[in-house]
Design a protein around this ligand. Structure first.
Ligand code: ADP
Ligand code: MG
Length: 260
């Protein structure tokens, strides 16, 4: 089997920020990673370790202080609208349809074509009946589905997701995880997803990258052995529990470093 081409890669990425009182804060230190076409990579790590910073650098929203992000020949840059954020999910002043079409409109696609593509994704996300309404009329779970619809509507082969399910209640979150699993299996996008949830990473990911406390570094890479298509029922099996324990062991070490 040949390895699919790399779609997202960074080498020796470092990032410093300057805090309000002028101190230099190292957020990332020497992070290298390559995500191949059609791969679902998950990033877990303690709060504040630089996960969002890494994702923004990979997407070209901010520049690294050191190292580089590869632009692979023939592959378009990731449009900013192919990001899914936990908080900044949707634009409240636009209708649901216009939100879903937003990425394509920003890319210069004609309204009619953008809205047709948006409507198709709204149907798949079971939001079609709300297309003419506004985001405030949607529940939290629906709003996250809208954010996903917007990202998928862009047609970007790469999706970058920063805790996209982080603000949902546990039951809605579990349903959304299953929906995302099924969706990925149909679409085979290249995904980098940041999450706090080890279960989410193991359920969805082909590979889990564990980051250290700040400055973030990748300290462990785990290849998830479950075959595709995956049944969400794997979460109740012994192998899942064993892998979760291994990831938790790694992560716990980093949490105590951060707390010292
Ligand atoms: P995570 O997503 O893993 O919680 P972040 O990438 O958001 O972590 O942040 C990593 C570190 O960088 C934190 O200490 C945060 O306070 C700092 N940081 C992030 N963005 C900025 C910024 N724009 N200016 C200053 N410090 C920042
Ligand atoms: Mg973050």
């Amino acid at each position: 089997m040949t390895t699919p081409p790399p779609m997202v890669s960074g080498r020796d990425i470092g990032k410093f920020f300057r805090s309000a009182d002028g101190r230099v804060v190292p957020a990332l230190d020497g992070v290298s990673l390559t995500v191949h076409e059609g791969e679902f990579a998950c990033v877990v790590g303690p709060s504040g370790c630089g996960k969002s910073t890494l994702l923004r650098i990979l997407g070209g929203l901010i520049e690294p202080s050191a190292g580089s992000v590869a632009r692979h020949p023939g592959q378009p840059p990731v449009p900013a609208t192919a990001f899914v954020f936990q908080d900044f999910a949707v634009l409240p002043w636009l209708t649901v349809r216009a939100n879903a079409a937003f990425g394509l409109r920003m890319a210069g696609v004609r309204r009619r074509d953008a809205e047709r593509a948006a409507d198709a994704w709204l149907r798949r996300m079971e939001l079609a009946e709300f297309a003419d309404g506004y985001p405030e009329q949607l529940s939290g779970g629906m709003r996250q589905r809208l954010a996903l619809a917007r990202a998928f509507t862009t047609g970007s082969p790469v999706l970058l997701m920063d805790e996209p399910l982080g603000s949902l209640d546990p039951q809605t979150r579990r349903l959304m995880q299953e929906q995302l699993l099924a969706l990925w299996q149909e679409e085979r996008k290249t995904v980098v997803l940041v999450t706090h949830s080890l279960d989410e990473a193991l359920l969805l990911g082909d590979r889990v990258l564990v980051m250290s406390a700040r400055p973030g570094r990748i300290t462990e890479e785990l290849t998830v052995p479950f075959p595709r298509p995956r049944d969400p029922g794997i979460q109740d099996g012994p192998e899942f529990g064993r892998l979760r324990a291994r990831l938790w062991d790694r992560l716990r070490g980093e949490l105590s470093v951060g707390a010292r």
